[in-house]
Write a protein that binds this ligand. Structure first.
Ligand code: S3P
Length: 167
């Protein structure tokens, strides 16, 4: 049985879907951002502020490399994890890559509830989302399975993933 790796832009529901999915499959749920915060003993926002995005990406790659050797795991990754080919390679070793997608408007609605996404702390977050999403689209499209979550609840998304991976 392979791991299920959840990828996708911020606010596409990876955390909420991962919780349900791991319960349904009896898999462990691991979130790369939570692991980074535990390892670094600080928040993602603080890492971005003190060290910058490039340093965060190096930390993220190390963490993903370590987590990708786990088994029977639903692994939820940060929205930018797909940007590095080495991350995708590591994640594919034991896992099926699932990408959750959503429209920029849905993403804005879902992410505006809290302030823990340093990349969206701009004057025009909707514009930022659109630009980042456009740039990242080809990376997200490398997933084995892509699910548009716009009109779906996290439970429906989890059920759809199970249907498609047939684990
Ligand atoms: C990021 C997404 C965040 C987090 C960091 C960078 C990104 O994770 O890793 O703020 O580059 O898209 P979520 O997708 O879980 O919000």
């Amino acid at each position: 049985m392979r791991n299920i790796v959840l990828t996708g832009f911020m606010g596409t529901g990876k955390t909420a879907v991962g919780k349900i999915l791991s319960q349904k499959l009896g898999f462990v749920l691991v979130d790369s951002d939570t692991e980074i915060e535990k390892e670094q003993k600080t928040t993602i926002t603080d890492i971005f502020k003190r060290l910058g995005e490039a340093a965060f990406r190096d930390i993220e790659s190390n963490t993903i490399n370590r987590l990708s050797s786990l088994i029977k795991t639903v692994l939820s990754t940060g929205g930018g994890a797909v940007l590095r080919a080495e991350n995708m390679e590591a994640l594919r070793k034991n896992g099926i890559i699932v990408c959750l997608s959503a429209s920029p408007e849905t993403i804005l609605r879902r992410t505006s509830k809290n302030k823990n996404r340093p990349l969206l702390e701009t004057d025009n977050p909707l514009q930022t989302i659109k630009e980042l999403y456009d740039f990242r689209k080809p990376y997200y499209e490398k997933a084995d399975i892509i699910i548009d979550t716009d009109n779906m609840s996290p439970l429906q998304v989890a059920e759809e993933i199970i249907r498609q991976v047939k684990v």
